[in-house]
Design a protein around this ligand. Structure first.
Ligand SMILES: [Zn+2]
Length: 338
């Protein structure tokens, strides 16, 4: 050893390898550099590996360290892994020791995983036990997966249970995905639920994606939000006549509209006794062509020649048409005020 600095460097190499289960390498470096490793220290590491579920690493370590690792100790760990639900470690250990895994214990492990929403581990255990997981365990698992925003695992669980996931669980899952900045599974969940996500939520999701530098997912969220907005505008306008009663009871009207009404007949100057009619528009006209179309439709379908379109009455895309008939002269040429 040239100097203390080299010694420190090699010691840290050795320690790093011992910590990660690479004992043969650690021993090799120790031999080449003359750094001493005590049997006691190595033995501690071997048992640490066993505790972590790394049985093959423990065996390789014990071989290169010349430390005996009796089979009955190993078998003890097979049971320990099963008890702790470490199914992959148990499988490996069972192969190494030749000890068959007790079926009832494997099933119990599988159930434990499914009831905690860990689909893959649960399925692995059941397949090892050569048993089909019960439907209700799968559904419980699926529910938890959806609640945690694990869309694909949730879908898989329901599929295996031969059930259709409930709409509200899909929506919950979709929302969780959007909140976590995962656009793709979020959109898939909403699509399956036959629902349209809120465009504000999609925009918030896009922001999260951008912060995480996930540009593809961000773009997807922005495009989806835009599409929702475009769809709302692209639909043809629907006109529906509504009574004042219905209008007041079933719609949340903005306060600004409350004082709105006919003021005077422009033909005979009458100021009271108007017959008012109300129509709800699925959206307000946006172009001259649409305005002309609306004029034509109002006249043709409802015989209304004069009317007033009020926007922002409902706090959404919809518009309200108000028309009034003069009770004195019968003219529709009425002036409104607000
Ligand atoms: Zn009049």
């Amino acid at each position: 050893m040239k100097n203390e600095k080299d010694r420190e460097k090699f010691s840290s190499y050795i320690k790093e390898r011992l910590e990660t289960g690479r004992m043969p390498e650690a021993i090799e470096i120790a031999n080449a550099t003359g750094i001493e490793l005590s049997k006691e220290e190595l033995k501690n590491y071997i048992y640490k590996y066993l505790e972590k579920g790394w049985m093959s690493k423990a065996i390789k370590g014990s071989e290169s360290a010349g430390i005996e690792l009796p089979n009955d100790v190993l078998i003890l760990y097979v049971n320990k892994y099963l008890d702790k639900g470490q199914i992959y470690s148990a499988i490996e250990a069972s192969k190494i020791t030749g000890m068959p895994l007790p079926k009832d214990k494997i099933v119990m492990t599988g159930r434990g995983h499914l009831l905690k929403g860990k689909l893959n581990q649960g399925l692995e255990a059941y397949s090892l036990a050569k048993e089909a997981p019960p439907e209700e365990e799968l559904i419980t698992c699926g529910k938890i997966c959806f609640k945690e925003g694990q869309f694909h695992a949730g879908m898989e669980a329901y599929k295996l249970a031969n059930k259709t996931p409930p709409e509200e669980e899909l929506i919950t899952c979709g929302n969780m995905c959007f909140n976590a900045g995962r656009t793709t599974p979020g959109l898939e969940a909403y699509k399956l639920a036959n629902k349209t996500p809120d465009k504000e939520m999609l925009r918030a999701c896009a922001e999260k994606c951008l912060i995480a530098k996930n540009h593809d997912e961000a773009r997807k969220a922005i495009v989806a939000a835009q599409k929702i907005e475009d769809t709302a505008h692209a639909k043809p306008i629907e006109i529906r006549e509504i009574s004042l009663n219905e209008l007041q009871s079933s719609n949340k009207l903005e306060d600004s509209w409350k004082g709105f009404g006919p003021r005077a007949c422009l033909e005979c100057e009458n100021e009271k006794g108007f017959n008012e009619r109300y129509f709800i528009l699925s959206r307000c006209p946006e172009t001259r062509e649409e305005e002309a179309w609306l004029d034509k439709m109002m006249k043709k379908q409802y015989g209304v020649e004069h009317y007033c379109v009020v926007v922002d009455v409902f706090g959404d895309y919809r518009g309200l048409i108000v028309s009034a008939l003069c009770g004195k002269c019968g003219s529709q040429n009425v002036q409104f005020d607000s």
